[in-house]
Design a binder for this molecule. Structure first.
Ligand code: HEC
Length: 171
């Protein structure tokens, strides 16, 4: 009887030692001091340079390349169909009409305060220029003409040019 109780005490001591050991082991494993040094956040410029989301900073293409483009090689990106011309007509009224006039004759209300006056966009002087030249002038500005690259998208600008062409009868 006495022996039995003694054995029980040893077992309890053994169990509590195991429990303590388990607690200490868990605590030590939790304190992983190497982790911060190895963390990707602290290593970001050592290994692989983080990839920029596309179009954040246009290293190729984008507005800088467009500005340096050879005008003679710029062709209208949109076909001269009814849909494109309708889009161009609408966007012309949004972005150009106030200066160049709703009939594109240079007689817009706001435009009258400019010197020289906004061009008559149906005139020969404008119409004889290539689509690329007009695109470039509209987007990056020309003398008193404001740069509109951040106002009208590339697509809208090409559509407006198609619309301007449709106002003149070449035949
Ligand atoms: C804030 C007024 C204003 C707005 C808006 C404007 N223009 Fe002009 N634009 C002008 C003025 C002023 C000129 C004359 C520039 C000069 O000769 O100094 C001009 C000139 C031009 C020319 C003639 C360039 C040349 O070779 O003579 C074209 C083409 C033209 N604009 C197209 C457009 C189109 C298309 C839009 C709309 C997407 C537009 N402009 C919006 C004021 C404006």
């Amino acid at each position: 009887m006495k022996k039995k109780r003694k054995l029980g005490l040893v077992t309890v001591r053994l169990l509590s030692f195991c429990l303590l050991a388990a607690v200490v082991a868990t605590a030590v494993a939790g304190c992983n001091y190497g982790k911060m040094r190895d963390d990707e956040a602290a290593q970001s410029y050592n290994d692989t340079f983080p990839q920029m989301p596309q179009r954040t900073l246009p290293a190729e293409g984008g507005i800088f390349a467009e500005r340096q483009a050879d005008l003679s090689k710029l062709e209208n990106a949109l076909p001269p169909n009814a849909e494109v011309i309708a889009l161009g007509s609408e966007r012309y009224r949004f972005y150009c009409g106030q200066c160049h006039g709703m009939r594109a004759d240079g007689n817009g209300t706001v435009g009258q305060s400019f010197a020289p006056l906004p061009a008559n966009l149906k005139s020969e002087a404008v119409q004889e220029q290539s689509d690329g030249e007009l695109f470039y002038k509209i987007r990056f500005g020309f003398m008193r003409h404001p740069p509109l690259f951040s106002t009208a998208s590339e697509e809208e600008t090409w559509a407006v040019i198609r619309y301007l062409r449709s106002l003149v009868d070449y035949s």
